[in-house]
Every structure is written in structure tokens, then in C-alpha cells.
Ligand binder design. Sequence first.
Ligand SMILES: N[C@@H](Cc1c[nH]c[nH+]1)C(=O)O
Length: 365
Amino acid sequence: MSITPDNRAAVKAEAARLRDLFEAAGAVPVETSVLQPAGTLLDLYGEDIRARAYVTSDALRGEQMLRPDFTVPVVQMHMAHGAEPACYTYAGEVFRRQEDDRDRANEYLQVGFEMFDRRAPEEADARVFAVIHEAVKHLPLQAVIGDIGILMAAVDGLETTERRKAALRRHIWRPRRFRALIERFSGRAPVPESRAALLAVKDPMACDAPMIGLRGPDEIAARIRALREDAATPPLAAREVELLDAVLAVRETADNALEHLRDIAVDMPAIASAVEALAKRLEALERAGVAPHSLEFEASYGRTQMEYYDGFVFGFSVPKRPDLPPVATGGRYDALTRRLGGGHEIPAVGGVIRPDQVVALEGGA
Ligand SMILES: N[C@@H](Cc1c[nH]c[nH+]1)C(=O)O
């Protein structure tokens, strides 16, 4: 649902209620411009949002985009002149093109809560989750949590080349492409024919074909070297793939998921510290009044959301209604503060609620 003349007043009133709640929880209200510089900022969101942003040009300022979210501009603002620790709230429109569903809003309000705090990250995770949970607890929603940090640790721990790990890390956000890479790196899928043909030639650069395209000879030669190195890399061990698949398949209540992940970590020590961080987070959630057995944990959760997440992720959705957008989503984005921090960084976590979805559910949609 989007904002229509009929529901505008109700959605705005709900946005104000949420913002008041977040302020009462200690957040300072902030504003960001609707028009944001596109360029490098857009890259931080990842492929999905990049494809859906409204971008326009400006003779003086270069490419501009209609704000696709608040987190990136709020991080920028905080890194430029924020005090520590800090907690912010905001309410305003975000804009994302819808490619295949006309009924999904391309412009809607978000009310957010963001915490920048280097003390006890698990406490901050639990605090953000609990504040959002409290705001939507009157609605029939199911909360799902996940942890991108566990997936990153699982990839980092694989016994393979840095190059293969970097490719997998990049494609955590594209589950199908990730799967295809695993199939190839484990030798279960054949090397593409065109690549095999290229590598069969002793020196592909030694021919007098004209240079066309954007890549120079050095870049092409480097790419061929990389492909040769890859072709000579031993396949991922079947056992490692099995363990990685086991991690990705974890999907159960959070208390059981923790036990399950601890079992997997016995054979996959690379994820052990990320799993213990999950344990601490669940304890902090329990202290904040959220019982772990009431939460679904899905190891793959968040893989199709913002690419800046690198730890805790969560969402609140209407059960059995995958056609409806989540009412609230959020997650941890420590690395984003480093990328925008010009040499500084601070652990950070936050989330947003969509007041239009709250109003629709209250109206029985
Ligand atoms: N900005 C995210 C939500 C979020 C806020 N803070 C962390 N995550 C989004 O629009 O999906």
C-alpha cells in the first residue's frame, strides 16, 4: 500500500507516533535531503537498490538520486560530526522503483532508529530490536532474525584461494550466483566451455586481433592469469561444502538454531566466534524481554537486502503473506561506517518501520 488521499492522514499520524516512541527511547531526531549524490553512495547499497534508484543528472552536482534509504546519509552525517555514542531517529519518504509489481509502492515513509555505539554490540543489537518490537507488538507479525557475520565467517574459513573467497563474499547477496560458484569451485559443475577454450590456448594475447573494448592489454593479461590460477586451484573439499550448506540451511527457532550452529562450529571452527556473538545477542534479547524461542532464525535471512549489512539482521513480516513487504527491517552495518568514515569507524545498528504497512494491518488488510 502507498500513501493515498484516503490514508495520508493516518499514515502521517502513525509516522509521528513511531518517531515519538523512538525519541522517548533516547534517539535524537535528524533530517537528510531527499536528493543525495548518486555515484559512490549508490554502490554501497548493492545491485538490487542500484537498479531501483531514481537517478537524475545535475550540471553542478553530478548524478543525484532520490534517497533510497536513510541509513547511508545518516552514517555520512554521523561520521562527519557525530558525538559518541549516538542514537538517531528520522521519518520521511524513500524512493525505489518497482520493476514488476505495480501495486508495490515506489515511494513510502520510513521511520528509523539508528545506534552508533562501540560498547557491547550485542546489547545494541538487542536494544534496536526491542525498541522496534515494542512499536509493532500490537500487530500479528512474525519476527525473523539472521546473521550475515556467520555467513561471512563461513566463507572466510574455506580452504581455498583469497580470490575465490572474495568472489563468494561478493555474491553472498546473490544466492543463485553464490550457489553456482560453489558448484563450480567444488568441481560439481563443469568449467564453462568458452573459458576452457580460452585457457587451452598457450598465449591468448599472441594474436593479431585488433584491441577493442574498454580493457587494456595489461588488464586482459591479468584476467587470463587469474583464470589460469583458478583453473589450477584444487576443488573445495566435499566436506567443506557440506558444512557450508548445513550453515545456510539453518532455519528454526533461535534457541535451537544456536545449538545447531554450535554443533556445526565443532567441525567448522571459523564460525565459532560469530556463533558465540549470536549467543550473546540472544542473551541480551532475553534480558530485553524477547524470548529466543519466539524468534525464527534463518541463516540465509537478509541475503537479498541491503549489501551493507555485516552482522545481525532482522525483519517483521505478516506470516504467510510473502506478497506484502516487511513491516520493519534492520541490521548491523559496521563496515559501512568504515567506508564512509575517512579513517574512522564505529559499530552501528538500526532499523526502520513502514507506517503505511502498520496502518494497512490495523485496518485489517
Ligand atoms: N535502511 C534500511 C533499514 C535499516 C535502518 N538501519 C539499518 N537498516 C532499509 O531501508 O531497508
